[in-house]
Design a protein around this ligand. Sequence first.
Ligand code: FAD
Length: 423
Amino acid sequence: MPSSDVGTIHIVGAGLAGLAAGVRLAGSGRNVVIHEATAQPGGRCRSYQDQATGMLIDNGTHLLLSGNHAALSYATIIGSVSGLQGPAEASFPFIELPSRDRWTLRFGDGRFPWWVFDKDRRAPQTGVIDYLALARVALTSADRPIGEVANCSGPMFRRVLEPFLTAALNIAPREGSAKLAGALIRETLALGGRACRPLLAYEGIGNVLVEPALAYLHNHRASVKLLNELLELQFSGARAVRLDFRSQSIELGETDAVILAVPPYVAAKLVPGLRTPTSFRGIVNAHFRADSAARLPPMLGVINGTCQWIFAQPDRISVTISDAGQLFDMPRAELAQAIWREVANIAQLPDALPPWQLVRERRATFAATPEQNALRPAAETSWTNLLLAGDWTATGLPATIESAIRSGHLAADLIGERMQAAA
Ligand SMILES: Cc1cc2nc3c(=O)[nH]c(=O)nc-3n(C[C@H](O)[C@H](O)[C@H](O)COP(=O)(O)OP(=O)(O)OC[C@H]3O[C@@H](n4cnc5c(N)ncnc54)[C@H](O)[C@@H]3O)c2cc1C
């Protein structure tokens, strides 16, 4: 039950970082108000009813791994963790084009990556020694491009490092940050199959990570104000003192605080002197209404294709292409046709294009280079009652759901401590 004698925490931005901060604070009895600029919470992680396909689709098929402990704990608290589903054992089927060679990387379900010692579980034409590349990246101390730390050619790169790191970092691995890749490897691959089970929200990512959070917030008396864009933050001395939204202004009392959980290019305009990442990479997702379950596994990695990952459900096929800058200028119908042609070829389906939708997110994540990684700010700012959250803050992880949720949790914990001390 929120208490009225302690301050209100205004969270600006209802993406996963803002929602995670709100859930944690409201759950511990704080007064919370979330302000979101758009009509729909979820930010870069959202579902919507699509006219062209007649289906509820996600802006992007969001994949979690069982080692994403903050995301899983968030989903547990809001009561939706059962909506994240995956195989009992961490396994990743692949196809390589044009040869159509197929194999499955099988990480097992252990706590140690024993699978690298078993040739039937590794990628073809890779040997145990090749997998030392993962250790080299995982143990990198100074941040450098992955291309300077690991061999970016040959079967190990093409069949293991490239597909996983392109998806996780959303950048060509050669130029990606070895430090970010290393953190990811230490938290997932290095912990064995138990931390690598792929988890997907088959009912839609919004129904699993957004709607249940809104219900939780409502039940804990937090309010979420939509279409409430913050235009300016006013400061005085060491504190933020006023929030100017498009249609209202809020004076901040002595015990009130703000968590700014907006994208970096918005935060940089609102907070004087803030350094943030400035360069971004895009992701393309294609959704087709087609019955495919008999012909495709739930998730298939594609090597040497336009498609990178194909996700199949009984009523649909979705395709994800990360670091997809070159595809943003292609006419939409032409791109949809090109993607479908490849899918149809792989799954032996008819060439005729089924109902489709393309979602192209130009600024899907910040560019995960060492230079951009160095621009990520801490959660704490020079103002005592202002904290930052977002997948782009200095979480040490690539811009992912896990990073966004951890940042929200950290901002909530820091602000909770400060309000406790001030009360
Ligand atoms: C296509 C795509 C696919 C992805 N796939 C994966 C994946 O498979 N696995 C994974 O882990 N991650 C994936 N990600 C990354 C993941 O979606 C993000 O890391 C995460 O959603 C970021 O959350 P956030 O809260 O930090 O930021 P955002 O989601 O950007 O939230 C910021 C919020 O602030 C709001 N806002 C902006 N300005 C204002 C203002 N002035 N006032 C009020 N509100 C404002 C925005 O509307 C938005 O709701 C993907 C991203 C995309 C785009």
